[in-house]
Design a protein around this ligand. Structure first.
Ligand code: UDP
Ligand code: MG
Length: 197
């Protein structure tokens, strides 16, 4: 399947650290707000692409952060957790927004690396092994970049394009075009984020 995502970016100047060998844990961090019908398909899809990595010594945790859902999301998560101990559920007291939910997930993450993902499968799970492969080569951050926005509405395409242009015009720290939250971050990066107030 060739969904509109690619793993990318070996900066020309990058001094690659040592490849990571041995066993490792990776946590998927999934903020969820009113996603009762998305949980089961999401888990089925990510298991399909993460289970095979077990052979290579990479074990996965699935950290869901329930961000004040008013539907049966929490019930679905607890059922899933009872069937699969790799699943962890954080239940926020109200809706705080996706970024705060992700932060809560990172705070609870004790894995060697984390991958924030949306529950609606807009971040395609078949990219996970590619992110992990680059991390194992020694990279600390591996970004996933959308190669096509053909599935987005015209308005979304225009507003997304505007966002990157305006952001990169005013901000010192640039964001590569069409790169969102879907990425892998190493433990060192998680700790750096956690040290921020
Ligand atoms: N989400 C969340 N809190 C919110 C809104 C969204 O945790 O207040 C979650 C949502 O359930 C999904 C992810 O954040 O897993 C991305 O949300 P959405 O698909 O609505 O955003 P978009 O695709 O527009 O970036
Ligand atoms: Mg979405």
């Amino acid at each position: 399947m060739n969904a509109p995502f690619l793993h990318i970016d070996r900066p020309a100047s990058s001094g690659i650290a040592h490849p990571r060998t041995g066993t490792a844990t990776v946590a998927l961090i999934v903020p969820v707000h009113n996603e009762e019908s998305a949980i089961a398909p999401f888990l089925a899809a990510v298991r399909e692409h993460t289970d095979p990595l077990k052979q290579a010594g990479v074990a996965f945790d699935f950290i869901f952060v329930n961000d004040g859902s008013s539907d049966a999301t929490l019930d679905r998560l607890i059922e899933a957790q009872q069937a699969d101990p790799r699943i962890r559920v954080i239940d926020l007291s109200r809706n705080f927004g996706k970024e705060a939910a992700l932060t809560a997930g990172l705070d609870c993450c004790d894995a060697d690396a984390a991958i924030p993902m949306d529950a609606d499968l807009q971040d395609p799970p078949h990219v996970i092994p590619l992110l992990v492969e680059k991390w194992r080569e020694g990279f600390e951050v591996v970004l996933a970049k959308r190669a096509s926005r053909a599935s987005d509405s015209f308005l979304k395409q225009r507003s997304a394009s505007m966002f990157y242009r305006v952001h990169n015009w005013i901000a010192q720290q640039k964001i590569p075009q069409d790169v969102g939250d879907f990425r892998l971050i190493d433990r060192q990066v998680i700790e750096a984020l956690r040290s921020l107030p």
